[in-house]
Design a protein around this ligand. Structure first.
Ligand SMILES: [Ca+2]
Ligand SMILES: [Ca+2]
Ligand SMILES: [Ca+2]
Length: 559
C-alpha cells in the first residue's frame, strides 16, 4: 500500500476537469497507473485530481471512467452498506454518484440523492505533461468518508482503491489489484489537519479553538466567523470536547526560545484567581513513515509537554483537549504560560485570555398537544379529517433555558421518506446584542390549520438545534415526536423514489461485478506506457478477480 499526504486547499478548487496552477499547486501526489493522483482537502471536502498522462485518447462521453472506492470505517475489510464506491453512470461523466458495497465485488445501485459531491472530466495539458491527456477532478464530502476532524485520537485518513479505464488507448487498471474484492491493501490518503487560517485571524498564542480563530470570539465568549469562512458560525456558544490549538508562528518562536513545557490556566467567570487546568488526551504523531498514537497529560506540577511545532501531529500544536461536558454553563476563561524544560523558568509570551461561553444543556422539546377542531389527538390515534381542507394545529415547546438556541422546527414525516415543515424559526430572526434567544414555550402553531397532504401514518416531530459548537461543527440537536394516523376523505397515496436505485456505474452491469477484469501495470505514473510506447492490452479475460490480493506487511498500520 502507498501513502499520500494531502495538503490544505487554501486556493479554491473548481471542479471543471481543468487542473490549473493555483488550485493544484502544492497538492499531495502519488503515482498511479497511467498517471498521477493529486489530493488536497479542507474542513469540508476531499479534493482529488486524476492526472492521466498515459491516456492520450479523448474518448467521448464515458468512454473513459474511474471508480474511487473508500473503506469508510477504515477497518481494512469490506463493510456492507457502509463502504462506498464513487463513480459515474454511463453517458454522464460529470455527475458524481455513489453506491454501497454489499460484499466482495458486489454493490448496491447508485444512491438517489441530492449531493454536494462533484466530478468533472477534462482533457488537456497539465503541469505533469504538456501533451493533452485525460484528467478528472472530484470532490467528496469528508462527512461521508468517516472523518472526524475534532478527535485527535481518530486518524484522519481515507483508505481508497482506484480503477482508471480508457477505451483509447484500451486499458483498465485497478490500484491496488482487486481492491474491490479485498480491502486489506488499499492505499491511504493522510488528510491535512491544520487549516490555513487567513492572515491575522489566529489568536496570538491560543490561535484557534478547533477551526474557530480566537480573534473571532467576542469578549463575552461567542464566536462569529466570516460567512465565507469554511466554518461559518454566528454568535455561537461553545460546548462538547474542544481543542485549543497554538498559533503556529508563536509556537515556532516559543520553541526557538527554549519553551518545552506549558500550563493552561482556567477560571469560571471573569473574576477571581485562575487555577491550573488538568486534562489528558491522545494525538497521533507522524514519525516520518507512520503515525503513532501518543498520550498527553499534565505532570504532577500541572505542566504539559510542548510538541515540536516543526513536526506533524494528527492535530498540530494541540495545547489542550478540554471536555466541557459537566462544567458549569456560563463564561470560562483560559490562558497559557510557557516554561523551559525545567518546568519553572518562564518563557515570555504575548498576554492573552480566551473567553468562552459554555453551554452543554440541551433545549426542552415537547409536543404538548395535537389539536383537531380544538380537541386533543392522543398518540397512536387514527384521526379522520372531515374534508380536504380540514387540518391540525399543535401546541409545542422548543425552549433553551440558557438562550443559546439556533433553530427549531415542527415537521411531519409520512409515507416513503416524505416530509413537510409545519413551522420553523431561527436565531437570525431574533439576533440581539446579548446573543440570547430561548425559542417558544407552549406555543399554538401554525397560525392557521396545517392540512395533511395524504392519508397516511404520520410522525410529528419537534426538533431544536443549539447555537453551540465544539469548534468543528455545531453540536447536534434534540427532538420529540408523536405518531398519529390521518385519514382524508378519498385521499390517495403518492409514489416516491427509492433511495437506492437500480442503476449501476460504468463497468458494472449488475450487483455482482465487475464486467471487465482490471489489471495492474508494471510501472506507475508516466512510466506506465513508457517502455514500448504501445498501450497495454489490459482487458484480457484473466480471472483477476478470483485471486485475493496478497496481504503484505503494512507500513502504516492503524486502528
Ligand atoms: Ca479545476
Ligand atoms: Ca481515453
Ligand atoms: Ca470497511
Amino acid at each position: 500500500m502507498a501513502l499520500v499526504i494531502s495538503t490544505w486547499a487554501t486556493n479554491p478548487i473548481t471542479i471543471d476537469g481543468a487542473l490549473t496552477a493555483p488550485e493544484w499547486t502544492g497538492a499531495g501526489q502519488m503515482a498511479i497507473p497511467a498517471g498521477f493522483l493529486k489530493v488536497k482537502n479542507d474542513a469540508n471536502f476531499l479534493y482529488v485530481a486524476l492526472d492521466l498522462v498515459g491516456d492520450l485518447g479523448a474518448d467521448a462521453g464515458t468512454g473513459d471512467y474511474y471508480w474511487f472506492t473508500v473503506d469508510v470505517d477504515a477497518n481494512a475489510a469490506i463493510t456492507p452498506n457502509k463502504d462506498l464506491n464513487y463513480a459515474m453512470l454511463p453517458g454522464a461523466p460529470n455527475l458524481s454518484r455513489r453506491q454501497y458495497y454489499l460484499g466482495p465485488g458486489t454493490w448496491t445501485g447508485v444512491l438517489n440523492e441530492v449531493t454536494a459531491n462533484q466530478t468533472h472530466i477534462g482533457f488537456g495539458p497539465t503541469s505533469s505533461s504538456p501533451i493533452p491527456h485525460r484528467s478528472w477532478e472530484l470532490r467528496i464530502k469528508l462527512s461521508e468518508l468517516g472523518v472526524d476532524m475534532s478527535d485527535p485520537a481518530s486518524l484522519k485518513v481515507v483508505r481508497f482503491g482506484l480503477r482508471v479505464s480508457s477505451t483509447t488507448p484500451p486499458f483498465t487498471f485497478d490500484f491496488p489489484a482487486n481492491f474491490f474484492t479485498n480491502f486489506s491493501n488499499l492505499h491511504t490518503i493522510a488528510l491535512a489537519l491544520s487549516p490555513t487560517v487567513p492572515p491575522g485571524l489566529a489568536g496570538a498564542v491560543i490561535g484557534t479553538v478547533g477551526f474557530i480563530p480566537t480573534t473571532n470570539i467576542s469578549g463575552d465568549g461567542f464566536a462569529t466567523t466570516d460567512p465565507t469562512y469554511y466554518f461559518p458560525v454566528t454568535e455561537t456558544a461553545f460546548g462538547g470536547s474542544m481543542n485549543f490549538i497554538g498559533n503556529q508562528v508563536t509556537m515556532l518562536a516559543l520553541w526557538a526560545a527554549g519553551a518545552r513545557k506549558y500550563k493552561i490556566l482556567h477560571r469560571v467567570g471573569t473574576s477571581g484567581a485562575f487555577s491550573n487546568l488538568r486534562s489528558s488526551w491522545a494525538n497521533y504523531h507522524w514519525n516520518g513513515s507512520t503515525y503513532i498514537l501518543e498520550p498527553f497529560g499534565a505532570d504532577p506540577s500541572d505542566n504539559y509537554m510542548l510538541t515540536n511545532p516543526s513536526e506533524e501531529y494528527s492535530i498540530k500544536n494541540l495545547l489542550l483537549n478540554w471536555n466541557s461536558v459537566g462544567e458549569a454553563p456560563g463564561i470560562h476563561q483560559f490562558q497559557a504560560r510557557f516554561f523551559r524544560a525545567d518546568g519553572t523558568t518562564l518563557v515570555a509570551s504575548t498576554a492573552q485570555t480566551v473567553t468562552l461561553m459554555v453551554d452543554n444543556n440541551q433545549a426542552d422539546v415537547q409536543i404538548i398537544n395535537i389539536l383537531h377542531n380544538n380537541n386533543p389527538v392522543p398518540p397512536c390515534a387514527i384521526e379522520t379529517m372531515t374534508d380536504n381542507t380540514d387540518g391540525l394545529r399543535f401546541r409545542i415547546t422548543a425552549n433553551d433555558a440558557e438562550g443559546h438556541l439556533q433553530a427549531y422546527s415542527l415537521t411531519a414525516h409520512y409515507g416513503d421518506n416524505l416530509s413537510a415543515t409545519i413551522v420553523s424559526d431561527s436565531y437570525a430572526a431574533h439576533a440581539n446584542p446579548a446573543h440570547l434567544w430561548n425559542g417558544v414555550v407552549n406555543a399554538l402553531v401554525p397560525p392557521a390549520e396545517w392540512v395533511p397532504p395524504i392519508s397516511c401514518a404520520y410522525q410529528f416531530k419537534v426538533s431544536a438545534w443549539p447555537r453551540v459548537t465544539n469548534g468543528y461543527q455545531h453540536l447536534g440537536g434534540v427532538e420529540f415526536n408523536r405518531h398519529v394516523t390521518i385519514i382524508k376523505p378519498g385521499g390517495l397515496a403518492l409514489a416516491s423514489t427509492a433511495f437506492i436505485s437500480r442503476e449501476f456505474p460504468l463497468g458494472m452491469s449488475g450487483k455482482k461485478g465487475p464486467d471487465v477484469a482490471g489489471t495492474s501495470p508494471a510501472k506507475l505514473g508516466e512510466s506506465t506506457f513508457a517502455k514500448s510506447g504501445t498501450p497495454a492490452r489490459a482487458t484480457t479475460k484473466k480471472a483477476a478477480a478470483k485471486k485475493p490480493a496478497a496481504t503484505k506487511g503494512r507500513a502504516s498500520k492503524k486502528k
